[in-house]
Structure formats: structure tokens, C-alpha cells
Design a protein around this ligand. Structure first.
Ligand SMILES: *Cc1c(COP(=O)(O)O)cnc(C)c1O
Length: 389
């Protein structure tokens, strides 16, 4: 009989057996963002059965509210059990058949993840590439579609690694000429920046709970339109992922409500409350709030002499990347902000690693008082290091 090991393997932390005690943080990095207090209350409710009539009604509400925030009538619109990457995998697993040409727009870290996933499902993956900080023009997309004739075009609407928004208007019209399905990563845009699945002709989309929706990670919006449903119905082989197979999942989330897997019921309590808050505010008001607070942040950063990575027209309202000033140790600076002020900001990924900070204003956290507090601390701390312009 082994006893509990009290010495951690990877660092010098002694295992504590006190009740859990997490620090209070203001999460102004690339995610997660802080959960809204009433979402936390919803999560703490006692679980009920996942086939309880009360729970089935909650599912219906979650689906209708999701259709509103996605601006879609798609029948298959559900929260996938898992984080954003699980919903990403659902979109790939259900649409890609072995040998399908999948064209991915890669201008950052999450485009690369789509390439890796599509490859694992046997796709013939082709890429369009752009440096981090840039997006794809309609001309580039048209040319790539004509070159590759893909079954699926995958784009990242909000590339959290660089802070770029990929414009989507007009892309579906180009896709329809080659019979291509349009798959879009909306992880850092849903609920925070304008997004119209049906008007923009998006066939497959996924997001997460912990960025624009003010809910902890663990439950991720997914939507699939009629053309993608048809491709799923017509496929020769089974979806190579049992857990995420929408033909099975839809028997639970559709009208039949047949057991598939035990829904993470408390996560769905949480996302229901998060969506209710968004419906109460209205998506247009939420989009305007994110824009307004992002502009306040950009003005403040620039007046401190910080240079922003992304051009204003395609800059995300949820995530801003700024170059770390000359002579400042960006990692140590962020660590001090966390330890001394309880504020989390992000560092760079990929080609921007070590060069930028990433500031997130997502969901409930997109508020002017947070922007002002962050700017005040940046000013004070950069001045103390002699790094103010
Ligand atoms: C965060 C993120 C993901 C992955 O979501 P997880 O919840 O971390 O699994 C995917 N795409 C983008 C653009 C993201 O920002």
C-alpha cells in the first residue's frame, strides 16, 4: 500500500492537503478570461440528470441562444463537451474524408493546429501562408481555391496568436464556385466581434466558452450548416472519432434525446447563464462594448510609446499584440504583474515569441476600468525601468 507522495515531481512544491485555495486573478491575456459571477453561481448548482426533463429544456434553451449569438438557423448547433480544440476537432472529424483536399489559411499558431488535425484525419492538406500579423485577401483566397479545388477551406476568424481578424465577407461566394465548404475558427470572436454564420455562408464553425463568453473552459459552441450535414450524410466511412461524431451526437441534441455520453451538466448550467447574459445585453451591444474598450486600450498603449503589431482595420477587439519595448524583459515583467498585482497578460507564440505581449479584453473582462487599471500599471512599471518613450 503506497502512501500519498507529498513531493512534486516537476518542481519543489510540497503537496498541500488543505482545502483548495486559488488566487484571485484578473485574466487579461489570451484566455481564459474571468467568468462572470452569476456564471460561477450557475456552475455551483447541484447536478441533475442529463435526461431529466428540466435538463432537456435547458438544452433547448442553450441551443436557441447559441443560434442567436452565432446568427444562424443551423439545426446542428450545440455545445461540444470539451474545450475549443475539441470543437475544432469535431469540425474536422465530421467534414473531412480521407483523401479530401483541405486548404488551410495559416497566419498563426491556430492555423497550424488545423493543418495538424486535418492531416490526422487523412486529408490532402494544402496551405496558404501569411506572416503573423497579416490576413488573407479575397484575391489570394480566389487564386488558392482555383489552384487547389479543395473540398474544405479552413480559416481562423480571430487568430489569437497574432491579434488578426480575417475578414469573411465574400469568401463563401468564392467557395460556392468550387463547391468548397467554408470552415471557420471563431474561438476568440464569438460573442465579442461581429459574426454572421448564415449571412456569411459559413458551413462549419466552432468556438469555446472561456474567451468571449465569460464562462470557464470546458464546453464549446459548434455549428454545422445544411451543406456540411449533407457531406456527413453522404460519407462512405464512419467518422473516425466516436465521441465527436455529429450523427451520433445529434441523436442526443436533436429531438430524440437519446443517450450518447453523460453531458457535463454543470458546464452546461454555466454556458446557459453566460449565453443568457449575452442575450440580455444583445450581441450588437456586446460587439460595440468590445470595440470601444479595445480602442481605449490601443490609444493608451500607443500614448505610452508601445507599437502595435496589427493594422487597425484587421485588429481584433478581443486580443491586442504590442511589441515589448527595447531593453525590457517581457517575461519577467509579466511575471511581476501576476505576482504583485494578480493580473495575467500573455506572451508571444511562434514567430512572435519573446517579442510581444498579448492583452486580452474578452467577454465580462472587456470593461473600461480594467483597461485603465492595466494602462496605469504599465505606465508606472515601464517608467520605473526607464522604458517610457
Ligand atoms: C484558444 C484557441 C483555440 C483552442 O481552444 P482551447 O479551448 O484552448 O482548446 C483554438 N483556436 C483559437 C483561435 C484559439 O484562440
Amino acid at each position: 500500500m503506497a502512501s500519498l507522495n507529498l513531493q512534486a515531481v516537476c518542481n519543489d512544491h510540497r503537496i498541500q492537503l488543505d482545502p483548495i485555495n486559488t488566487p484571485s486573478r484578473l485574466l487579461l491575456g489570451p484566455g481564459p478570461s474571468n467568468a462572470h459571477p452569476t456564471v460561477l453561481q450557475a456552475l455551483a448548482r447541484p447536478p441533475i440528470g442529463h435526461l431529466d426533463p428540466a435538463y432537456l429544456n435547458l438544452m433547448t434553451e442553450v441551443q436557441e441562444m447559441l443560434r442567436y449569438v452565432w446568427q444562424t438557423d443551423n439545426r446542428i448547433t450545440i455545445p461540444v463537451s470539451g474545450t475549443g480544440s475539441a470543437a475544432m476537432e469535431a469540425s474536422i472529424a465530421n467534414s473531412v474524408e480521407p483523401g479530401d483536399v483541405v486548404l488551410v489559411g495559416v497566419n498563426g499558431y491556430f492555423g497550424r493546429r488545423l493543418v495538424d488535425m486535418a492531416d490526422r484525419y487523412g486529408a490532402d492538406v494544402r496551405t496558404m501562408e501569411r506572416p503573423m500579423g497579416q490576413c488573407f485577401s479575397l484575391d489570394e483566397i480566389r487564386l488558392a481555391l482555383e489552384t487547389h479545388h479543395p473540398a474544405i477551406l479552413a480559416l481562423v476568424h480571430a487568430e489569437t496568436s497574432s491579434g488578426v481578424r480575417q475578414p469573411l465577407e465574400g469568401v463563401a461566394e468564392l467557395c460556392s464556385r468550387s463547391g468548397t465548404l467554408l470552415l471557420v475558427d471563431c474561438v476568440t470572436s464569438l460573442g465579442a466581434i461581429p459574426l454572421f454564420l448564415d449571412a456569411w455562408g459559413v458551413d462549419l464553425a466552432y468556438s469555446c466558452s472561456q474567451k468571449g463568453l465569460s464562462c470557464p473552459p470546458g464546453c464549446s459552441p459548434f455549428s454545422m450548416g445544411p451543406r456540411a450535414e449533407q457531406k456527413l450524410a453522404d460519407r462512405k466511412g464512419k467518422v473516425a472519432n466516436w465521441y465527436l461524431d455529429m450523427s451520433l451526437l445529434n441523436a442526443y441534441w436533436g429531438c430524440d434525446r437519446v443517450y450518447h455520453h453523460t453531458a457535463p451538466v454543470n458546464m452546461n448550467f454555466g454556458i446557459r447563464e453566460a449565453l443568457r447574459l449575452l442575450c440580455e445585453e444583445g450581441v450588437e451591444a456586446a460587439w460595440a462594448r468590445h470595440r470601444h474598450n479595445a480602442e481605449r486600450l490601443w490609444d493608451g498603449l500607443q500614448s505610452l510609446g508601445l507599437r502595435l503589431v496589427v493594422d487597425e482595420e484587421i485588429r481584433l477587439h478581443t486580443l491586442t499584440t504590442a511589441y515589448i519595448p527595447e531593453g525590457v524583459d517581457g517575461k519577467a515583467f509579466a511575471r511581476a504583474l501576476l505576482d504583485e498585482e494578480g493580473i495575467e497578460i500573455g506572451g508571444g507564440l511562434g514567430d512572435l515569441a519573446g517579442k510581444v505581449w498579448r492583452f486580452g479584453l474578452m467577454g465580462h473582462n472587456s470593461r473600461s476600468e480594467h483597461v485603465d487599471r492595466l494602462l496605469g500599471l504599465l505606465k508606472q512599471r515601464l517608467a520605473a525601468q526607464g522604458a517610457l518613450a
